[in-house]
Design a protein around this ligand. Sequence first.
Ligand code: 4AD
Ligand code: MG
Length: 429
Amino acid sequence: MIKIGDILRGGYEGKEVSIRGWVYRCRSSGKITFTVVRDSSGIIQCISKEGEIPDDLYEQIKGLTIESSLELTGTVSKDTRGVTGYEIKVKGGKIYQRNESFPISRDKSEEFLLDIRHLWLRSREFTAVLKIRATAFNAFSEFFNREGFYNVQGPMMVSAQTEGGSTLFEVPFFDQKAYLTQSSQFYLEALIFSLEKVYTIAPSFRAEKSRTRRHLTEYWHAEGEVAWIGNEEMMQIEERMIEYIVSAVLRDNAEDLALIGRNVEPLKKVKAPFPRMKYRELIEKAQSWGLNMKYMDDLGADEERAITVHFDKPVFVTHYPQELKAFYHRPDPESPDEILCHDLLAPEGCGEIIGGGERIWELEILEERMRSMNIDPKAYSWYLDLRRYGSVPHSGFGLGLDRLIWWVCGLDSIRDAIPFPRTIRRITP
Ligand code: 4AD
Ligand code: MG
């Protein structure tokens, strides 16, 4: 048994091979049937001729429907008329299942395609996106493993929010209330006291009430936390990490990027260092570009799109006013109304893919900050303990992996970056 992709790389002309897969297309003309077969690695045209193979097999092949599963044996030849430059002259084979007509065709609505996502995933475009996604997940871990980080795991069911109450999912937990985690950050913070440099890839949950092109209610969150470093050093690690992931995709997924029609020129420009800009400067720039924005406005999807079309690399926005961000961000000692944080905005109109920064590590400052935001310190007693016993300066970040894939693949919606999207109105399939 051989992968179709191996045949397409050449060297099998004149040889007999067996392939296994699914019918991608088929048509018969006279005594010849053309079956395009798909497997995980590619597609190839297979030609069966009546009289040259057993009659009952020919009848079966002739009657196949799209997505029927089969195995075919035959001789490879180079043929520029075949869809992918090669074809197989069929000698024998076996049909695993001839199915009813496949429910997906070109003219289906977006909602219908989401309803049958479990079948739509088989499309060549989706397969390409999923291969790129696999590269990105692996490259993320590979980068941090090489940098001496430890791969750790936090819980998904938690007792307190990290990123604000409006997007919390509540779940019953015996006789208590629990939440699905919005971020593993606080657990990573606890783990730096033993491991110093840690990362995790885990789901995060946000009860996002709006339907946007870039929000999921369950998404894959790649987070890191590092002892002894500040905001600027954290950004330096992140820009190298993004460059590493994008280069891995360009190197390993050239065919997949071509198949989904992604222009790779903008991706080739993703090289560290990335520009940095304080929030205050960004607002001034935005005003000079004619955007209706003032200091203290949060950046929504529309603002970020309008801003990032002006950049051809990802850009870090730092020093947000503290009111715009969660309570744990460390105020800049030189300008205490601003915090030592960063968002990384992806170019081409995509916007935020990373949020991170330096954490408040002194107990008194953290307690004071919580009081001023009406947050009950009791709910965070274990988190405050981290500031009681050997506290150290530290920084971290969270990268939305689905957002990263959405940008790298140039997709319309983040829903097309994940196999089984969860959004405000969708929990199946
Ligand atoms: O900016 P956020 O909310 O930051 C945190 O959760 C920090 N605790 C991370 C940390 O410092 N460890 O989320 C981080 C990233 C965002 O930049 C975005 O890429 C992604 O998570 N994200 C979402 N992705 C898809 N759907 C959503 N609803 C998302 N919300 C955040
Ligand atoms: Mg954010």
